[in-house]
Design a protein around this ligand. Structure first.
Ligand SMILES: [Zn+2]
Length: 168
């Protein structure tokens, strides 16, 4: 596989997925950002062009703590891309960040998707993954210059019940 320079990757992101550009710019500085609506002030994990709550197109990047709770997860047993072959089985987690939990409505929250890694930046063992566990953001600096925000399990006690899918 060719190794791209960071600037080339960013150009690629601009061309194909410009809404994520600021996310990766901040990640390179080891900051986790989400979009904040400049009209209703709500944060959103999906960096789409318009606010899902008020449809405003006005937004800015807003730094968040990177602390949160696993809201849901999936274990990926087969790699679609060859580069992930050595990672399988690996967890993908949907994390509800501490900012804006339960807003604007009771079941809403600021949620983002990433991988769950162990302290060596390898995929966390699937038996350690569970809904309700506390996590912190970490930044995975890739050899090609791109930095990915990821999560690791935290020592913090969970606020609620821990739950795993049956037979996983
Ligand atoms: Zn809004």
């Amino acid at each position: 596989m060719p190794v791209y320079e960071y600037k080339d990757l960013l150009l690629n992101i601009i061309e194909q997925d410009s809404e994520y550009f600021g996310y990766f710019e901040a990640a390179k500085e080891h900051k986790l950002v989400v979009k904040k609506c400049l009209d209703c002030d709500l944060l959103r994990g999906e960096p789409g062009a318009s606010c899902p709550w008020c449809s405003s197109m006005r937004s800015e990047w807003h730094e968040v703590s990177g602390k949160g709770t696993i809201y849901s997860y999936q274990i990926i047993p087969h790699a679609i891309l060859p580069g992930f072959r050595d990672w399988t089985p690996y967890p993908v987690v949907l994390v509800e960040l501490d900012e804006q939990s339960g807003k604007p409505l009771e079941h809403d929250g600021l949620r983002i998707t990433a991988n769950l890694l162990d302290e060596n930046m390898n995929p966390e063992h699937e038996e350690n993954v569970a809904i309700g566990k506390r996590v912190n953001v970490v930044f995975q600096d890739m050899e090609n210059g791109l930095t990915l925000p990821q999560f690791t399990l935290s020592d913090e006690e969970p606020a609620g019940a821990i739950w795993r899918y049956p037979n996983t």
